[in-house]
Design a binder for this molecule. Structure first.
Ligand code: IPE
Ligand code: IPE
Ligand code: MG
Length: 253
């Protein structure tokens, strides 16, 4: 980065970051990053250009989450249903995932970010699996932001997989309660998401963290994922900070 660009970058970031209400920060943010295709279409570009632009926003949001002190960030990168897309688009998404991890690993590691993955990785190309493996192993001792990448992930298959493993472990019926199920899900050991963000105006979960989102606050925005910058994230965090979470009680605001 040039000197001027660097100064502008820093000023901009200090500005946004200073506006975050640290007292009412979600511990766990989950994001359905949607709208890459439409972003590209509006610019008469191929869908792959939208995905490429989307990766830039992944960088932005991961960096900001880590800097402001969000503890867990879960990004929906590829759903179990996304295999329905044309092979070349699936290929692009896999390639971008590989590139992202390869390029960002050092910086993420320096930032003390721990990378985890949710989803069935067995169907991914070998190269992608190897890069994920390297990223997870390199960062497993880190204690800063936990970055969960949901890849070939589906909320239903997460639950089905948990049930299978509970049965395989021979648990007695009286041992199976809500906490026990949580321990068998991908998010084991992590708090449930406090805030779910979905970009691009769609108002659905699309088989994301079905069990874990029971009491998450939902934030929907028409902004397409490649346009979801620091200020957009700040808006989502601000909105979250103003919510009255009652959890079935009568609230306290
Ligand atoms: C989100 O953007 C990226 C993934 C699902 C991997 P889309 O590709 O779904 O973009 P739209 O919804 O077609 O605009
Ligand atoms: C959800 O987006 C999956 C990811 C963001 C990875 P989709 O674009 O696949 O969801 P639908 O098809 O609009 O529900
Ligand atoms: Mg979409």
């Amino acid at each position: 980065m040039g000197v001027i660009a660097d100064i502008i970058f820093r000023r901009r970031h200090t500005d946004v970051y200073s506006r975050v209400d640290k007292e009412r920060l979600p511990r766990h943010v989950a994001v359905i990053m949607d709208g890459n295709g439409r972003w590209a279409k509006r610019r008469m570009l191929p869908r792959s250009a939208g995905h490429r632009a989307g990766v830039e926003r992944v960088r932005t949001i991961v960096r900001m989450s880590s800097d402001i002190g969000v503890k867990y960030l879960t990004l929906f990168a590829f759903s179990t249903e996304n295999w329905k897309r044309p092979a070349d688009e699936v290929g692009t998404l896999m390639k971008l995932l590989l590139e992202y991890l390869a390029k960002e690993l050092d910086e993420l590691n320096e930032k003390n970010v721990r990378i985890r993955t949710f989803g069935d990785l067995s169907k991914l190309p070998e190269k992608v699996k190897a890069e994920i493996d390297r990223a997870v192993k390199t960062t497993e001792q880190n204690t800063g932001l936990t970055l969960n990448m949901a890849i070939n992930y589906g909320g239903r298959s997460d639950i089905a997989d948990a049930v299978r493993r509970i049965v395989a472990d021979g648990l007695r019926t009286d041992e199976i309660d809500e906490a026990c199920i949580s321990r068998y899900l991908s998010t084991a050991g992590e708090p449930d998401p406090d805030l779910l963000i979905r970009t691009s105006g769609e108002m659905r979960i699309s088989n994301f963290l079905l069990y874990q989102l029971a009491y998450a606050e939902f934030y929907f925005t028409d902004t397409l994922w490649p346009d979801f910058d620091e200020w957009e994230y700040l808006k989502a965090l601000d909105c979250f900070a103003r919510r009255d979470r009652r959890f079935g009680g009568i609230g306290g605001k």
